[in-house]
Design a protein around this ligand. Structure first.
Ligand code: ADP
Ligand code: MG
Length: 692
């Protein structure tokens, strides 16, 4: 029954089936898993005479009168207004810019309204309430006198129509439904069975059962999400990889030649990586660390372990600018080192390189020890003599598929994945459940926290003045714009035009550069080089600077139209300054008043801690958005929220581990339904099992 198309249900024809498809629902099972967006308790309605300001209510009332007016004379902005009343009082309801409502709001009709009560001109009113007409039938038991589900409506459906379709589907199919979660697991965690849960998630008998249904269905999502991760990890541990030589002169010489001491956190993480590399199991380790915590040098040391074991290493970065920067920095750090009586051989591999064929050849013949590059490393023609270690920098910039490509060029090489968007440890362990995790939880000593200020657009000259002061001390600065060309529609300034304006005006006594994604890579590199060599004072840029750029003399950053950026992105951008031991200053310019952008900017001003920022970002955006579609099956979580239900997530993960340990291929009888469900959800799971 699960896979039967919803077209066969009463009330759904081809047209409506199509609009459901747009919401990811094609089968009856998917329909049963199409959960309400919220509920209305229609067992008792609020009395109009008892409504309070700024609270949300459901009321049942009669329309007394309705009308429509324009907001201002000749303005296109319309207001529809209805006065409604019950036997205790009256209240006015208004809707903005929905002129078609007028036709529906007929005096005498009975409605249920849901919305927030506000005070306007000393009177209470509901603005933009959601509403539903009542049938004048006494037996409307789906829509009244109970806790009623409210759905996100596919096109062409009404709440009442959809409730009816879902109720019929539940009545018909729940008696036949089997629970994929094994009985003993369910009883260990006191989970409701599937039929009860589906019934109560749609039409809760009471709030406590709705809660239990929610818990059970969330557990199920987490559990199904964990199983493939846990199995992947197990499969990997069974694979034989390369056992590296991790202590030795090369590494020691390198560390003692560094102009600084490794921090305790760097040393701890390095020890974890070394232990993995020494073992013959293939490593898949996630290295989390805030911007500027010094991940690169740790990765470079790990590369040396590969080289001194007579293998090759590859280091992949998401942009050419970053790949170049890593190449230059690591080359200079390795310059003095020798191994087996020769210098180390590094190569840079980026998109448009004319030397590409030559470099390929050398890598293939083992004449390159370490290659640093962009996506160019993924090209099919590239093969290695003996690739044993891989670094993937700023992993969130790569898709899951891309990340999997590079390791195929070696024989179960060790992989180190780095990210500067750290998330809380419990969350990381569960979400990146197939990886081992290391954290650098400390910045190098001597770093002074970046000062972050927020200015209104009209005060931007004050921001410029502060930056000029810094430039006069011989420091450098960035000004970031969200777009290259300005947008009149959105009222945001573009980098190109502002570059011209600032150069001719506010900053005319300074040397300005402009960098953005539409420049040729060669031009980008030239600008970066000039900035690095202090031939430029101020760099006007777009988010092309978001990741990795490391120029310690740059101590100032202005971010224009700051509300246009996500929180993690703002933090990454800010991470371009404060990289030396000078006081740095970041100025966010924004007039935005939306609660969400205010929350983001406030978090930036309040904290420089990447873990805190990531947590706030997760809260503001929710996990699906935060991790993004490309990154994670997480975006597919419909009901579970790993932020709020961390305990449940942990329990689901523990159960997944014990199940995989006991019956990795889910061959035992009580696991058959579960296996079927997994294959259906994650078709690639079948392959995973075969590998194991
Ligand atoms: P990220 O973690 O953001 O990739 P980087 O590896 O680019 O950070 O390091 C930031 C800067 O700090 C670099 O200039 C690097 O040379 C320097 N650095 C790294 N480790 C230390 C340390 N232990 N002490 C002082 N400076 C360090
Ligand atoms: Mg980095």
């Amino acid at each position: 029954m699960q896979t039967t198309s919803i077209q066969y249900l009463k009330g759904i024809g081809p047209q409506r089936a199509k609009s459901f498809t747009a919401r990811g629902v094609q089968t009856i099972e998917e329909l049963l898993y199409y959960f309400p967006r919220r509920y209305e308790d229609r067992r008792n309605f609020a009395k109009i005479s008892e409504l309070n300001e700024s609270q949300v209510y459901t009321i049942k009332a009669q329309i007394l009168s309705a009308g429509q007016r324009n907001w201002r004379r000749r303005s296109a902005f319309s207001i529809t207004e209805a006065a409604v009343g019950d036997n205790t009082g009256k209240i006015s309801c208004i809707w903005f810019n929905q002129p078609y409502l007028k036709e529906y709001l007929i005096a005498g009709a009975c409605v249920i309204l849901y919305g927030k009560v506000e005070r306007y001109n000393s009177r209470l009113q509901m603005s933009n309430p959601e509403f539903e007409f009542l049938d004048n039938q006494d037996n409307d038991s789906l829509n009244i006198g109970r806790i009623v589900p409210v759905y996100t409506l596919p096109q062409g459906f009404s709440q009442r129509g959809l409730r009816c379709i879902i109720k019929n589907a539940l009545d018909e199919f729940l008696p036949k439904i089997n629970d994929p979660l094994p009985f003993d697991l369910r009883s260990r965690h006191h989970l409701l069975n599937l039929a009860q849960s589906l019934l109560n998630i749609h039409f809760p008998q009471d709030l406590s059962l709705q809660q239990q249904a929610h818990t059970r269905l969330s557990f199920e999502e987490f559990f199904l999400f964990q199983l493939p991760l846990v199995l992947r990890k197990l499969n990997r541990k069974e694979k034989i990889g390369i056992s590296h030589l991790v202590s030795g002169r090369l590494i020691e010489d390198f560390i003692s030649g560094l102009p600084f001491q490794l921090t305790a956190a760097q040393q701890k993480v390095l020890a974890e990586i070394k232990a993995d590399m020494a073992s013959s199991q293939a490593m898949q380790r996630l290295l989390q660390g805030d911007v500027g915590s010094g991940k690169t040098v740790v990765a470079a040391i790990a590369c040396l372990a590969a080289i001194q074991s007579a293998h090759q290493a590859a280091f992949m970065a998401p942009t050419e600018i970053l790949a170049r920067q890593h190449y230059e920095k690591i080359s200079s750090q390795l310059e003095q080192l020798t191994f087996n009586g020769r210098k180390l051989r590094l190569a840079l591999l980026v998109g448009q390189d004319k030397q590409k064929q030559k470099i390929y050849q050398k890598i293939k013949e083992g004449e390159i020890d370490l290659v640093i590059g962009t996506h160019a490393l993924l090209q099919e023609e590239l093969s290695f003599k003996s690739l044993s270690f891989i670094v993937i920098d700023e992993q969130h910039k790569f898709g899951v598929g891309q990340r999997a490509l590079l390791p195929k060029k070696g024989n179960n090489p060790d992989v180190l994945i780095m990210t500067a968007t750290p998330i809380p440890r419990t969350l990381a362990i569960t979400l990146y459940g197939d990886l081992d995790i290391s954290v650098i939880n400390q910045l190098p000593p001597g770093r002074i926290p970046i000062k972050t200020l927020q200015f209104n657009q009209e005060d931007r000259n004050k921001a410029y003045a502060l930056v000029k002061q810094e430039l006069n001390y011989g420091r450098q600065a960035y000004i970031i714009y969200p777009v290259i060309e300005e947008s009149y529609a959105l009222d945001i300034a573009g980098a190109k035009k502002m570059f011209g304006e600032l150069k001719a005006g506010e900053f005319k006594e300074f040397r300005l550069g402009l960098i953005h994604g539409k420049l040729k890579t060669r031009e980008q590199n030239e600008v970066m080089l000039k900035f690095k060599n202090k031939q430029l004072d101020l760099l006007v840029a777009t988010t092309i600077l978001e990741v990795g750029i490391d120029i310690p003399n740059a101590t100032c950053m202005i971010i224009a139209s700051a509300q246009r950026f996500g929180l993690s992105q703002l933090h990454q951008l800010r991470g371009r300054i404060g990289r030396g031991n000078l006081q740095s200053l970041c100025i966010l310019i924004s007039d935005s008043q939306t609660p969400e952008s205010k929350a983001r900017l406030a978090a930036m001003v309040a904290s420089g801690d990447g873990f805190y920022i990531a947590e706030e970002d997760l809260k503001i955006r929710g996990p699906g958005e935060f991790f993004g579609n490309r990154q994670h099956g997480l975006a597919e979580l419909k009901i579970a929220n790993p932020l709020i239900q961390m305990q449940l997530l942990k329990a689901a993960r523990d159960e997944a581990i014990s199940l995989i340990n006991q019956d990795a291929r889910l061959e035992e009888r009580p696991h058959q339904l579960l296996k079927a469900k997994l294959f259906q959800r994650f078709p690639e799971y079948e392959k995973l099992m075969l590998v194991g």
